[in-house]
Design a binder for this molecule. Structure first.
Ligand code: PLZ
Length: 452
């Protein structure tokens, strides 16, 4: 009798932490699976690197052809604690054996309450807070707006240029960029208005307070505080291009909101949980949002999102007004408790800061001899470079695409962003080692040199 041993590939930090390519990228098995994908998956669901994942952990991802790639994207800022982080895996395994679901709205469970307690404790501000849990970032943004409307009795909402808040109907309306997010998918939710952002690289020297005054003046003239329920903003923009507003912009907006009975909502979906070298990006300028929206990094890769905020606002909607079948799923809550413990106790905030120093140092050195690197910006492990035509300063999405393709072909996962698609962003897992990060940046430098 012959025995075959089936070994399940294991991810987590035990994976060999080294870039290693044994086939071209994508390899033959990934190409075969991509063909199946084409036959089975709706075309609208794109894949930026046509490689199929086998396992991931630390700072690498292995594919079905046996290649090991450096992960500088964390599945879009999700696996901050590391992919298949052992503490998260253990917590989920323990929970999955007890019960997988009860629906918190039907019979409650303690994991949900514990996640709310943790978020009330770690989000900015020491006022009395409440939290509600959902599944995705977009769903949580929608609920923050429901809460703000219910609390203020007003309807209008302001979002900013280059904003990204999701792909559902209300969040498409909040999102700035038409292609690929909105084109052909309207009509969009009403009562959404757009204000100008502070974008230091392209603002012609406008200071933070000046940029805030510009936005506030437009809001007052075009909407009026008397109709405005909420202002929603990413403290550092994610998909819109990792734009860090000039100092003083966010505090001035918060002050204006507070003086005008307008709810200030910080969308920390991409910036939250140690990513920027603080637990939340709002902390860099000491702002205290009324409502904070979180998702992505919160649960080490399991789908979970939250709205946390002032008790009197969070408690404004009537009983039964907030919820959803899966919101605060027990597996996701178990994962979140383990992940939050790791963010707080494994030095990940400091690690994000250190990753930021490494990234900025290397990218600034590249920039010094290459004027195509128009702007290098970001905070902590959320850093980007904006590529431009050095003569005109115009965005260069073509070059961006070629550099990213070179990185992918050489086993480094990098992502792009920006309204003009000319920004390369770095969002490594906070568990990546320095050597791996430097190797990844070597490849980025090669990619730039190869595309002179
Ligand atoms: N708010 C600030 O970054 C999600 C989107 C990827 P969901 N960003 C990644 C894509 O192309 O769909 C995001 C975000 C900010 C909200 C969201 C939405 O979060 O969990 O994707 O709904």
């Amino acid at each position: 009798m012959s025995t075959t041993t089936v070994t399940t590939p294991r991810g987590g930090p035990g994976l060999e932490q080294r870039r290693r390519l044994v086939t071209e990228i994508p390899g033959p098995r990934s190409r075969e699976l991509m063909e199946r994908k084409r036959q089975a998956v709706a075309a609208g669901v794109g894949v930026s690197l046509p490689v199929f994942t086998e396992a991931a952990g630390g700072g690498v991802l292995t594919d079905v052809d046996g290649n090991t790639l450096i992960d500088l994207g964390s599945g879009i800022a999700v696996t901050g604690v590391g992919n298949s982080a052992p503490a998260v895996v253990d917590a989920v395994v323990e929970q999955v054996q007890r019960f997988t679901h009860s629906c918190f709205m039907i019979t409650a469970y303690d994991g949900y309450v514990a996640v709310c307690e943790a978020l009330n404790r770690i989000t900015p501000g020491d006022h009395d807070k409440r939290t509600a849990l959902f599944n995705t970032g977009a769903e949580a943004v929608e609920n923050a707006i429901k809460i703000a409307r219910s609390y203020t009795g007003k309807t209008a909402v302001v979002a900013f240029d280059h904003a990204y808040h999701g792909r559902t109907n209300l969040t498409m309306a909040l999102t700035a960029k038409a292609m690929p997010y909105k084109t052909g998918f309207g009509p969009f939710a009403p009562e959404i208005y757009r204000a100008p952002l502070s974008y230091p690289y392209r603002d012609g020297g406008l200071s933070g307070p000046e940029a805030a005054a510009r936005a506030i003046s437009q809001i007052e003239k075009q909407i009026g505080a008397g109709s405005l329920a909420a202002v929603v903003i990413e403290p550092i923009q994610g998909e819109g291009g990792f734009i860090v507003p000039a100092e003083g912009f966010l505090p001035a907006l918060v002050d204006w909101c507070r003086a005008n009975d307008v709810v200030f909502i910080a969308d920390e979906v991409q910036t939250g949980f140690a990513r920027t070298g603080r637990m939340f990006a709002s902390e860099h300028e000491g702002i205290v949002p009324d409502l904070v929206v979180t998702a992505k990094g919160i649960a080490g890769g399991l789908p979970l999102s939250a709205v946390t905020g002032r008790a009197e606002m969070m408690d404004a909607p009537h009983v039964g007004g907030l919820g959803g079948t899966y919101g605060g799923n027990p597996l996701a809550c178990a994962a979140a408790l383990a992940a939050i413990d790791s963010f707080e106790n494994d030095g990940l905030v400091e690690r994000a800061e250190r990753i930021g120093e490494l990234l900025l140092d290397r990218l600034h050195r590249l920039q010094a001899s290459d004027p195509r690197l128009g702007d290098v910006r970001g905070r902590g492990a959320m850093i980007a470079v904006e590529l431009v035509d050095p003569l005109s300063g115009e965005p260069d999405p073509g070059l961006t695409g070629r550099v990213v393709a070179h990185c992918h072909a050489n086993g480094v996962i990098v992502l792009t962003c920006g309204t003009h698609g000319n920004v390369i962003r770095f969002l490594p897992p906070l568990t990546i080692g320095d050597d791996l990060l430097q190797d990844g940046l070597d490849v980025v430098a090669e990619a730039l040199a190869a595309n002179r």
